[in-house]
Design a protein around this ligand. Structure first.
Ligand code: ZN
Length: 323
């Protein structure tokens, strides 16, 4: 074998070696990358699924109760039990006028002694904190309005800062479960307690105060819980926690929310039914029309004589009829 031949063989062996190494790397890397991509996809899809489930429950509840008519009754527990109405099929006209919203209107001058006084509105924002929380907080500040945020469990620094921000700016913070996963939290009583303990501990750690307010994902009237909702309500009571449902829906629960005008119209019509309205809205990144509707809602309803307040311990709870 001459030198040339040897050199050729050596190169050939090296080439084969290189190909083998590359093949092994690709074989390991490719599935790993694919796994990571799929994992992220599954995670985002499961989050989406939870939102769709909630939207279905909320709109189902509204549809069923609009058929039965509206009922407002006090219960022995001192809660206002409501069957809410809500016809969201109407796309005609709008109660909102286009044009510039006055900035920084002080709404605090509307009070019960005012002869134009129409009632109280508790704006509630579910599912945050998220990309819109800061914007919502800024709008509420502009109008000097305090509201209520029913938050879920998020451990990143931005979310933690937002929990603090909500409290620091004078709003009420309530729990809306840690995971917001129906299959998990409503699986059993112990699963619910476990989830409750997580969100309660997180908010206690971040805000320095034990939260006392809760909103069930899908409402207390949800039909998906495998545990009796009565049991879960009893548990919350044993923790000294009050739960609130809602009696007015903005209509922003659907995956592709309606225009801000439609949302504002839903709220403006909804609040005429009650002396004390608890308005359901969502603080999710995709609910941009909710943010846009907010100044219109506040501006119009405060000029009509409504007062905006945060839910406090002395607010009469608005709760749904259990299914
Ligand atoms: Zn929710």
């Amino acid at each position: 074998m001459d030198r040339k031949d040897k050199e050729y063989r050596r190169k050939r062996v090296e080439r084969i070696k290189r190909i083998m190494v590359i093949t092994v790397i690709v074989l390991i890397l490719l599935p790993t990358v694919l796994c990571l991509i799929l994992f992220a996809r599954v995670h985002s899809l499961s989050n989406e699924l939870e939102q769709i489930k909630e939207m279905k429950l909320e709109t189902l509840y509204a549809a069923e109760n609009s058929k039965e008519g509206r009922l407002l009754a006090g219960s022995s527990t001192g809660s206002a039990i409501v069957n809410i109405g809500g016809d969201y099929s109407d796309s005609s006209g709008s109660a909102v006028t286009d044009g510039d919203i006055r900035e920084g209107t002080d709404t605090s001058d509307v009070g019960k002694d005012d002869k134009n006084y129409k009632g109280v509105i508790y704006l509630t924002f579910d599912d945050g904190p998220g990309a819109n929380t800061e914007k919502i907080l800024d709008i509420l500040d502009e109008y000097k309005v305090k509201a209520t945020f029913f938050v879920t469990g998020k451990e990143d620094d931005t979310s933690k800062a937002l929990y603090k921000e909500i409290v620091a700016r004078g709003h009420t913070i309530g729990m809306h479960s840690y995971s917001h996963k129906y299959d998990e939290i409503y699986k059993s009583e112990s699963a619910f307690k476990k989830d409750y303990n997580k969100i309660s501990a997180l908010l206690t750690e971040v805000t320095g105060e034990k939260p006392w307010l809760y909103r069930f994902p899908g409402g207390s009237s949800n039909t998906v819980s495998k545990v009796s909702m009565k049991k879960l309500i009893k548990f919350l009571k044993s923790e000294d926690v009050t739960y609130f449902d809602w009696n007015v829906m903005s209509g922003d629960a659907v995956p592709d929310p309606p225009s801000y005008k439609k949302l504002a119209k839903n709220v403006e019509e909804g609040v005429t039914e009650f002396d004390e309205s608890v308005v359901l809205m969502h603080d999710l990144p995709e609910k941009k029309s909710t943010v846009k509707a907010l100044p219109y809602i506040i501006e119009k309803l405060s000029s009509e004589g409504y007062e905006f307040l945060p839910i406090t311990k002395s607010t009469t709870p608005v709760v749904h009829k259990l299914q």
